[in-house]
Design a protein around this ligand. Structure first.
Ligand code: C5P
Length: 396
């Protein structure tokens, strides 16, 4: 709930502005006070009357409005909120924010504030992918601005790709996460992610095809529910999640130590694809090609992190979730794995190459618990993460 939280909502000029009307409604339903600010361009997409009717408050529009200044100056306005939300965040407004420009009400408020800021970007896919926008995005993140979305999909301009503003409920979840008021606030959750690299010698290693995308999405979904997330990741391709305590490791043994260092936690989600074996005969110097034949690698078993934590006699997390990436008899194997490892849930998926799941953006999972197997329809990894995080919040 957002009872009595004050949100300054800046609506910039993009077609996604129509979704901000619904966002206001959703925020009001949750007990928040919404003070709306419209840019000039936003008024081409939504009217000040509809915005102020839904918000139940006056709309701020003009930097040089003497009545507004007499009632509440723009500096005071910028600091009166618990959170400033920019939705939609256009390429133009993000560029102004990143560069400290202040030539209208919205950009001046954003420069004058010391309140946390959340941006929900929305723009054409080419504008989003443009190096200038990506540069501005990186600057904003480095300045501590939180970002939600954008989502991928069909765009109002007829193109396809990332650039659609997040849906109102996703923005509400991000707002709750930014304010740490979600159902998991005060809860500490551990997430492992990515592959591990097991060295053969200083330049070679054994790895697997895990991208870490699902783990990153799960961590972000848990943050959105208000959790304090410790994210232990191997060398994954996926971007690191924002708003987490990040621990980067390389090998399974390092991951085990990092996990032990992160305990105690309320819940642990083991989505990492940990190598089962390491090379026990790993060399300190590069193995040379010789005429004497091929090198022989000897293996040792890696610690099973999931099983170790699941079977802790003391201090076991209340909920332990494992993953099972299978290529055959998915449900049967995953059900047996849950019992063998001692975890509470297993999220099973079929990673046969023809599914395109490993390294792809979608996932089709079956959640296995003591209540049986529940197959979820194929959906984006972000949506799987959101539903899993909601389930965790309900269970803890
Ligand atoms: O045994 P298998 O690798 O199929 O089990 C997968 C699950 O176990 C995943 O949740 C993975 O993160 C976890 N695991 C682990 N430590 C290992 C191997 C797997 O935590 N050494």
């Amino acid at each position: 709930m957002l009872t009595d939280k004050r949100i300054l909502l800046i609506i910039a000029g993009g077609i996604a502005a129509f979704k901000s009307l619904d966002l206001i409604r959703r925020l009001r339903e949750r007990g928040a006070w919404v003070t709306p600010v419209l840019t000039r361009a936003a008024e081409e997409f939504v009217t000040p009357l509809s915005v102020s009717s839904l918000a139940g408050e006056k709309v701020y529009r003009d930097l040089f409005d003497l009545t507004d200044e007499a009632e509440m100056g723009h500096i005071q306005l910028s600091r009166s909120a618990d959170l400033i939300v920019v939705a939609p965040g256009t390429a133009d407004l993000m560029a102004k924010m990143a560069n400290g420009l202040a030539n209208d009400m919205a950009s001046t408020l954003l420069l004058a504030t010391d309140t946390p800021v959340l941006v929900a970007p929305a723009m054409n896919v080419r504008m989003w992918e443009h190096p200038a926008t990506q540069r501005n995005l990186a600057t904003l993140r480095a300045d501590g601005v939180s970002i939600v979305g954008p989502n991928e999909g069909d765009m109002a301009c007829g193109e396809f790709g990332p650039g659609r503003m997040s849906e109102p409920l996703e923005i509400v979840a991000a707002i709750e996460g930014a304010m740490k008021v979600g159902p998991l606030s005060g809860r500490r959750v551990l997430v492992t992610s990515g592959p591990t690299h097991e060295p053969i010698d200083p330049v070679r290693y054994i790895a697997n095809r895990s991208s870490g995308a699902q783990g990153t999405a799960i961590a972000e979904a848990l943050v959105a529910q208000g959790a304090d997330v410790v994210f232990v990741t191997g060398p994954a391709d996926a971007a690191r999640p924002h708003g987490v305590q990040l621990v980067e490791v390389e090998t399974a043994q390092e991951m085990m130590r990092a996990v032990q260092g992160a305990l105690p936690v309320d819940a642990a989600v083991f989505s990492a694809a940990v190598a089962d074996w390491r090379v026990s005969s790993a060399s300190d110097s590069k193995i040379k090609k010789t005429k004497d034949g091929l090198p022989t690698l000897e293996f040792a078993e890696n610690p099973d992190i999931l099983a170790t934590v699941s079977q802790m006699a003391e201090g076991r997390p209340d909920l332990v979730v494992g993953f099972a990436a299978e290529t055959d008899d998915v449900i049967e194997n995953a059900t047996a794995k849950r019992l063998r490892k001692g975890c509470d849930w297993i999220v099973a998926n079929d990673v046969s190459p023809e599914t395109g799941i490993m390294g792809g953006s979608e996932n089709a999972v079956t959640l296995i618990s003591d209540k049986g197997a529940e197959s979820w329809p194929r959906m984006s990894k972000g949506e799987v993460a959101r539903q899993l995080a909601e389930r965790i919040a309900k269970t803890l």
